[in-house]
Write a protein that binds this ligand. Structure first.
Ligand code: NAD
Ligand code: GLY
Length: 362
């Protein structure tokens, strides 16, 4: 059965594409067919997601030339070796420029499959079918694809926009609690950077979100995607406003790196990063103490950590200096002028950042 769904659009000229959000979409043959090219298709998924969701996709695409590549599950497999398995499956399945890769899974699968599509035969189509909250609100939209290198996360990558994003909200039913909460950090981020009304709504609807109420989840995914769509459409390659999407991420990446990737989920580290960004903004005189408290409370109510691990101020600064937003040796931070309005700034007193790190991570 087809349920009501919403469609948003990323406007990027000839790289424009729709984002469909709704229940039952993995079984919606017409929707899938409309988004996909006619040639052979390779579904890339992993061993956790495939047993749950690949059968319904197979049924919906019955009659199509469908190949499958099921990867091991985990960030530690987001490597060149795993990528090589996708290329092997593309070669064995004779998937070429009239075909497509279908990424069925969370952000790890989406990033690997997206990068394989970006590079196979100099670029073939990819459809993103995200199955985690984080992937539905963030990683499936916007065309960033990558695998990790031993020297760092996402170092080998490309911008490659999908031909369609299909977010089936039903898939969130099986998501582990901790993963759902990790995705909520990104949802909160959208309210903080761009939409104070969305932040008010989140504060009200958080209990229903945590209970996975379908209507509230649909609204949270759609509002998040709308903000991401706006920023990506303005600035596909992150030379300007797209960087706002990194609120909390410079602090968050430092936490993930210092704790050895995996101990903290991405969203958990981002949640702490949101609080530290708010605190830095307060010390710069932009936010009131009550605003920082609001951010902290929302993060805690979402079941996310608000306190940083004690990784050391100097180490944190070192790791933050590796951020892709560093310009002329200066760490640029995404900060809050007020709740609902973020800015990217390298023009802050460094002693303010040092003081925050001394207080929060030393
Ligand atoms: P993930 O892909 O590892 O998924 C989390 C866990 O949930 C995995 O064990 C996965 O198998 C499982 N899972 C997925 N869907 C499920 C479902 N419906 N039911 C039950 N289990 C399910 O992690 P993630 O949080 O989705 O994504 C994190 C990755 O995304 C990181 O590698 C990060 O670098 C990347 N990322 C990319 C972008 C981008 O713009 N491309 C943005 C943010 C994050
Ligand atoms: N996740 C940040 C971005 O896509 O730009």
């Amino acid at each position: 059965m087809t349920h009501a769904s919403r469609t948003l659009r990323i406007d990027l000229g000839d790289r424009s594409y729709p984002i469909h959000i709704g229940a039952g979409l993995l079984a919606d043959r017409a929707r899938l067919e409309a988004g996909l090219p006619a040639g052979p298709l390779l579904v890339v998924s992993n061993e956790t997601v495939a047993p749950r969701y690949l059968p319904r996709l197979r049924a919906a695409l019955a009659g199509r030339e469908l190949r499958e590549c099921v990867l091991p599950d985990g960030e530690r497999y987001k490597t060149q070796a795993t990528l090589a398995r996708v290329y092997d499956a593309l070669a064995a399945g004779r998937v070429s420029r009239d075909g497509a890769v279908i990424a069925l899974g969370g952000g790890v699968v989406g990033d690997i499959a997206g990068f394989a599509a970006a590079t196979w035969q100099r670029g073939i189509a990819v459809a993103q079918l995200p199955t985690t909250l984080l992937a539905q609100v963030d990683s499936s939209v916007g065309g960033k694809t990558a695998v990790n290198h031993p020297a760092g996360k996402n170092l080998i990558g490309a911008f490659h926009q999908p031909c369609v994003v299909i977010a089936d909200l039903d898939s969130l039913a099986t998501l582990p609690e901790r993963e759902l909460k990790s995705g909520l950090a990104e949802v909160i981020k959208y309210g903080l950077i761009r939409d104070a009304g969305f932040l008010d709504w989140l504060e009200r609807e958080l209990p229903r979100l945590l209970r996975r109420d379908p209507e509230v989840l649909a609204e949270a995914v759609a509002r998040s995607c709308a903000i991401k769509a706006e920023l990506v459409s303005l600035d596909e390659r992150e030379s300007g406003p797209r960087a706002l999407l990194n609120l909390g991420h410079t602090f968050g990446h430092a936490i993930e790196a210092a704790t050895g990737y995996g101990e903290w989920l991405h969203g958990e580290a981002v949640a702490v990063g949101l609080v530290l960004a708010a605190e830095t903004s307060r010390r710069l005189g932009w936010l009131a103490a009550a605003d920082v408290l609001r951010v902290r409370e929302l993060v805690l109510r979402a079941g996310l950590p608000a306190k940083a691990p004690r990784i050391g101020a100097e180490r944190a600064l070192e790791l933050m200096a590796l951020d892709k937003k560093v310009l002329a040796g200066r760490v640029r931070l995404v900060l809050l002028k007020r709740l609902g309005e973020a800015v990217v700034s390298g023009d802050y007193d460094p002693s303010v950042l040092e003081a925050v790190l001394e207080a929060e991570v030393a």
